[in-house]
Design a protein around this ligand. Structure first.
Ligand SMILES: C[S@@+](CC[C@H](N)C(=O)[O-])C[C@H]1O[C@@H](n2cnc3c(N)ncnc32)[C@H](O)[C@@H]1O
Length: 324
């Protein structure tokens, strides 16, 4: 079935985490009067499963490597923010053979069997330069051999209205030979003051010692507006009116609001574009990991809008969209 003949959109949400792709898809589908139907989701992290269940009333399946392709229902669109595990490419580049044992292999075997009309993949920006670009070339080559016209682009959440510097590569694939256009509207960056909560409990505050250490190390100007202080690997402190990328494995004091306190769960979610209705059902530690692993929703939305404009019947005129 051609993508442009459908009234509902059947999609799979692979490595779904807490459902950043799902929220973006549901919103874009609504703008196109399409009914989004998530026919399969998978994530092996128990906290991710619990959060996904609480928010979407849907239980993701576990380890994708153990799920036979036949057990996955037919779908039109495959979505995957796949783990950024390094590929082991030892000299020879034999396409499909080289990707065995990687998360991308599971994506490829599902595409091979189900041949959905389109796909959107997301990964860290470093994928583009990994192995001098060979890794990404293999991914693109495998997708092309599976029958997809593919494009990729690095997008920064800062350019999509979020006060978070987060650069990620997006890969889009389509079975129809269409020229995918990366055209986006202009976004005004939300100010940090719209993200930050008031009256944050004391337990979010760093110790006096750490706060003092930040003040001593910070050599820039102190702003009247809120800033997020960022400590890089060398221990250098910088302060910006936006957040550096939220990272799953970062130290607790890597990002400090005004050099004083950690981000709350809600603030982290807002920095990724999650709506305030999104339910938090796990510990702070679990949320740091889950939100750090998640995706900037406005970026996914913008990519899906481009895909829909290109592939879905242009007669299906979208409603005016809001990105948050
Ligand atoms: C980069 S995160 C994607 C997060 C997601 N895009 C979101 O919006 O939250 C990758 C996810 O893949 C999951 N994962 C890694 N290996 C997996 C596997 N073999 N089966 C299922 N999930 C896996 C991790 O638990 C993690 O949540």
């Amino acid at each position: 079935m051609l993508f442009n003949q459908i009234q509902s959109l059947r999609y799979v949400d692979l490595f779904c985490g807490i459902g950043g792709f799902r929220i973006a898809t549901e919103t874009v589908c609504k703008n196109y009067n399409l009914k989004p139907v998530c026919v399969f989701s998978s994530d092996w992290d128990l906290d991710a499963q619990k959060t996904y269940q609480a928010n979407f009333n849907d239980s993701p399946q576990g380890d994708l490597t153990k799920i036979p392709v036949e057990a996955i229902p037919k779908h039109d669109l495959l979505l995957a923010g796949f783990p950024c595990q390094p590929f082991s490419i030892c000299g020879k580049l034999n396409g499909f053979e080289d990707i065995r044992g990687t998360a991308f292999f599971d994506i490829a075997r599902i595409l091979d069997y189900h041949q959905p009309e389109a796909l959107v993949l997301e990964n860290v920006k470093q994928l583009v330069g990994h192995q001098k670009g060979k890794t990404l070339q293999i991914i693109l080559e495998v997708l092309r051999n599976l029958g997809y016209y593919v494009e990729y682009k690095v997008l920064n959440a800062l350019d999509f209205g979020l006060p978070q510097k987060r650069e990620r590569v997006f890969i889009v694939g389509c079975r129809q030979s269409v020229r995918f256009q990366w055209t986006f509207p202009d976004f005004e960056m939300k100010s940090l003051s719209t993200i930050l909560e008031k009256d944050v409990p004391l337990n979010y505050y760093a110790s006096e010692r750490i706060q003092q250490n930040r003040i001593v190390k910070y050599t820039g100007k102190i702003s009247n507006e809120p800033t997020i202080w960022h400590e890089n690997k060398a221990g250098h402190i910088s302060a910006y009116p936006y957040s550096c990328a939220i990272r799953a494995g970062a130290s607790y004091n890597y990002l400090l609001v005004d050099g004083k306190r950690r981000l709350t769960e809600r603030e982290m979610l807002r920095l990724q574009g999650f709506p305030d209705e999104f339910k938090v059902v796990c510990s702070y530690t679990a949320m740091r990991k889950l939100v750090g692993n998640s995706v900037a929703i406005p970026c996914v939305r913008a990519v899906l809008e481009c895909l829909f404009k290109t592939v879905i019947n242009p007669l299906l005129s979208p409603q005016p969209s809001t990105y948050y």
